[in-house]
Design a protein around this ligand. Structure first.
Ligand SMILES: CC(C)(COP(=O)(O)OP(=O)(O)OC[C@H]1O[C@@H](n2cnc3c(N)ncnc32)[C@H](O)[C@@H]1OP(=O)(O)O)[C@@H](O)C(=O)NCCC(=O)NCCS
Length: 148
């Protein structure tokens, strides 16, 4: 059984950023600390934990302008991919967006994750940046229909 929740304790946050760094930064030789940006305190964070308390999935949503939010830093431990955890994290963040009157979610998607976001209902709207000189990105978006 897994538990999906906002990180709460100091240890939760340490594990949350550790997984983010390990998956999204360490393979490209990036220093600890590079996994964070200036929007952390303004963001909604979510993590998935195993029964034993190990953090195996993370994601973040923050508002970039009224009505528009961005998802960043989605990362699932390699041993737990393709088991639906990414979808659970995405759905959690979309629910947060709906409750925050967001009508569009945008993503700068790494090329390897574009297929995943298409499964979540996103479309490609253009080319994105190239991170660390090698990781190509696509700009993607999904309109959120707010139901009364
Ligand atoms: C992309 C990522 C978050 C997906 O998480 P996941 O837990 O493996 O995804 P899920 O198991 O919930 O998959 C949901 C659906 O998307 C599909 N999917 C998952 N990853 C995919 C990929 N890379 N390409 C195409 N489809 C993918 C699954 O097959 C599944 O489809 P289904 O519902 O028809 O069976 C994960 O692979 C990851 O952490 N990648 C490395 C970090 C990264 O690149 N993050 C994105 C930064 S923009």
């Amino acid at each position: 059984m897994y538990k999906i929740q906002a990180p709460e304790s100091e240890q939760d946050y340490a594990d949350y950023y550790e997984l983010r760094w390990r998956i999204l930064r360490a393979p490209w030789g990036q220093a600890r600390g590079s996994e964070k940006d200036e929007f952390e305190d303004l963001s909604h964070h979510v993590c998935v934990k195993t029964d034993s308390g190990e953090v195996i999935g993370v994601g973040r949503l923050h508002t970039v302008q009224p009505g528009i939010a961005q998802i960043r830093y989605m990362a699932i431990d390699e041993d737990f991919r393709q088991t639906g955890i990414g979808r659970k994290i995405y759905q959690y963040l979309e629910d947060v967006a709906r409750k925050s009157d967001i009508n569009k979610i945008i993503i700068d998607a790494r090329i390897n994750a574009v297929g995943f976001y298409e499964q979540m209902g996103f479309i490609i709207t253009g080319d994105g940046h190239t991170l660390f000189d090698v990781i190509q990105h696509k700009k993607m978006e999904k309109k959120i229909i707010l139901i009364e």
